[in-house]
Design a protein around this ligand. Structure first.
Ligand code: AMP
Ligand code: MG
Length: 410
């Protein structure tokens, strides 16, 4: 098998991933789901002309000469709280007290804020005056939010494939969508492998370490809103790996993620078990850290085998699994933003596409990157301290200080 580039490997994976099926979910449960429908407005937003201020609705033309020294006096003919229907029509010389969000009365085309009147009683429960003095002119449209200024009936306000963020949930409610069609949450089976791994609460034993990848990878998977099916830890035997990984089928997984056991060690059975029950497409990529990354399918469930070293597993997730979960979850565009960052010091690389841990800080408006601690694939602390991954392209062996590179924000 040949050593694929990161881009080739990513393309190979994504070409074999289909979005999960869809379901109807209530708006209250829709946060972070991905829309499986375009959202077409059945109403205008705002729904009706309304006031953006507490004040007095008037005919703007009446107010042209209003000044503090010579205020305009208008008769107050109505009081319009939010939520009411004004059933009047303002005539010349008339005003209506109006609250923010209340529907504009017919005849009025502007609102004078209460601050520009002689009406000082702004306490809750105050009654409207009989007359009001206006001390500043307004133009037609001032302090009025016209019907449809934001959204027109028929506009597509959200697209299929968009994740429902809090703002989107708000506009869905404004438009009356109490239920929406969304992609189901992808189900991701997660397993670790290795005879050295202990449960996090087990007493330490000589030569053993705690299984940290399960916790880190579960948190990463959940950050994409996919569901984690924790299969546990397989021993370094064919039987143990076989028995654990087949639970993914029973639990209807849409994707299987493993860590460790895909290298060239004498006890790396994961690759072998996948190949025997499906297919292995590739198992190495020209990158650092994370060269031993495997992709294939186990009984027709897509499988991504991440390396065992914690930093390699994390980087492998960011490079391959995040996009894969985006595709599975129904996301139609990119799942990540790339920024440019200037390297504070010279960086040596080995010619593989490299992902380095760094912190970013702003200097004279430019993002400057500084590597954090040890960059070995087992050194998790430097990843904990990092807020970005710097990407050194394949073929580059030295990035001089001051040069800019791409970076992913963590
Ligand atoms: P392997 O891919 O099995 O050769 O493992 C590579 C390195 O990753 C070894 O140092 C393992 O001990 C370590 N490792 C494997 N699995 C885990 C895990 N679940 N949590 C923490 N470290 C692990
Ligand atoms: Mg191992």
């Amino acid at each position: 098998m040949t050593l694929l580039s990161v881009e080739q490997a990513r393309t190979r994976i994504l070409s074999q991933i289909q979005p999960v099926t869809t379901e109807i979910v209530s708006l209250a449960e829709s946060a972070n789901r991905v829309l499986a429908m375009d959202i077409v407005a059945a109403d205008d937003l705002p729904l009706f002309d309304n006031s953006s201020m507490d004040g007095f609705a008037i005919r703007a033309a009446d107010s042209s000469s209003a000044m503090p020294a010579s205020p305009l006096t208008l008769r107050v003919v109505a009081d319009i709280p939010a939520g009411s229907t004004p059933n009047i029509s303002l005539a010349k010389g008339e005003a209506a007290r109006i609250m923010t969000g209340a529907q504009m009365p017919a005849g009025a085309d502007a609102v004078v804020p209460v601050e520009d009147t002689d009406f000082n009683n702004r306490d809750a429960g105050s009654t409207a005056p009989d007359k009001v003095q206006i001390t500043k002119p307004v133009k037609s449209g001032d302090n009025v939010r016209p019907r449809g200024m934001d959204v027109r009936k028929g506009n597509v306000v959200l697209h299929k494939g968009q994740r429902i963020n809090p703002q989107s949930a708000g506009i869905l409610a404004m438009l009356g969508f109490s239920n929406i069609e969304a992609y189901k949450r992808a189900r991701v089976a997660l397993l670790s492998s290795g005879d050295e791994l202990l449960e996090v609460n087990a007493p330490l034993e000589s030569g053993k370490i705690r299984d940290s990848n399960s916790y880190m990878l579960a948190a990463l998977i959940e950050s994409t809103n996919a569901e984690v099916l924790r299969l546990g830890v397989a021993k370094d035997t064919r039987e143990s790996v076989t028995n654990l990984i087949k639970k993914a089928v029973d639990q209807n997984a849409d994707l299987i993620i493993s860590s460790a056991g895909v290298s060239v060690g004498a006890f790396d059975y994961v690759k072998e078990v996948v190949e025997a029950n499906g297919a292995l497409d590739f198992w190495r990529v020209n990158m650092r850290p994370g060269k031993p990354v495997a992709f294939g399918n186990y009984k027709n469930i897509p499988f991504i085998g991440l390396p065992g070293n914690p930093v390699s597993a994390f980087v492998g997730f960011e490079v391959f699994v995040r996009d894969t979960l985006g595709r599975l979850n129904g996301i139609s565009d990119g799942v990540r933003r790339t920024v440019r960052a200037r390297c504070e010091e010279e960086i040596q690389s080995d010619g593989r596409e490299s992902y380095l841990r760094a912190t970013l800080h702003t200097q004279d408006g430019i993002q400057v990157a500084k590597l954090t601690g040890h960059q070995g694939s087992g050194n998790l602390l430097s990843l904990v301290q990092a807020d970005a991954l710097l990407i050194i392209p394949a073929g580059v062996k030295c990035v001089p200080a001051g040069q800019e590179v791409n970076a992913w924000l963590l």
